[in-house]
Design a binder for this molecule. Structure first.
Ligand SMILES: [Zn+2]
Length: 251
């Protein structure tokens, strides 16, 4: 019986990873087609170099890129590893959510939240801004989370207030962009108190990366979106545990 249960668990994990990688594949299509105003639903995927339609058997997320060794089947032009990396990250984020949360209401939130975090990270890397729409979706998830029993509704509002004020100050001082403030306010609404460890992780990772970039290229580029996203994901999955571990340390 236990063997059966383990087998079902592993099958679920594989299916969920695959679902995540398919979502990641769709995010790639969005990221490529929206800026050049190409239809998202119409038209099959095609090589961006020779324009040939991609074969069905080459549409498997992550694996196709590896089988083709990152090259177009027809023209041999290199396909950026970015596509595969986005599929892989999305798949792994779904898998991690499943391992941390099991089949639960919270997993349903993660399934929406994680792709949004990935999109806003890519957008921030490419265009140095966090799209308003992504923060709105996270805020809507925050409002929906009022209906779940995880914490009292007012803690969501406290989370938003607690994080919005210091981030607004950082924005005023020029250390953060307005998009970062919107993102963290929305994340506060969703995470409640757990937004505090989320912000800490995001700021520390972002600042470390800023220093590395400064040392290597002498440029002052800090792009916080991806790091805040990592923090938000960690806060969402393990925020309560992180807070408890920290309080245990200082006690
Ligand atoms: Zn090609």
């Amino acid at each position: 019986m236990l063997y059966m249960e383990n087998a079902i668990y592993i099958i679920c994990a594989v299916v969920i990873f695959f679902m995540g990688s398919v979502v990641g594949s769709f995010l790639n299509v969005l990221a490529y087609r929206i800026p050049i105003k190409e239809s998202i639903v119409k038209g099959r995927s095609h090589c961006t170099s020779c324009g040939k339609q991609i074969l069905n058997r080459d549409l498997i997320p992550v694996f196709s890129w590896i089988f083709l060794r990152g090259k177009c089947r027809f023209c041999g032009e290199k396909i950026s590893p970015r596509y595969m990396i986005v599929e892989l990250i999305c798949g792994l984020s779904y898998l991690t959510a499943f391992l941390a949360l099991g089949i639960s209401v919270k997993l349903a939130f993660a399934v929406v939240l994680f792709p949004v975090l990935i999109v806003l990270s890519l957008w921030d890397i490419d265009r140095k801004e966090i799209p308003y729409a992504c923060s709105i979706i996270i805020a809507v998830l925050g409002l929906l989370s009022f209906l779940t029993e995880e914490m009292p509704w007012y803690e969501h509002l406290i989370g938003m207030a607690v994080i919005a004020v210091p981030f607004a100050v950082l924005c005023f001082l020029g250390a953060m962009g307005g998009g970062d403030v919107q993102l963290m306010a929305a994340a506060g609404l969703l995470l409640g108190w757990n937004v505090v460890p989320a912000a800490m992780i995001g700021i520390i990772l972002g600042a470390l990366m800023g220093i590395v970039i400064k040392v290597k290229t002498k440029l002052n580029i800090i792009c916080f979106g991806p790091f805040l996203s990592v923090g938000i994901a960690a806060g969402f999955l393990w925020g309560g545990d992180i807070i408890e571990a920290y309080l245990g340390l200082i006690r």
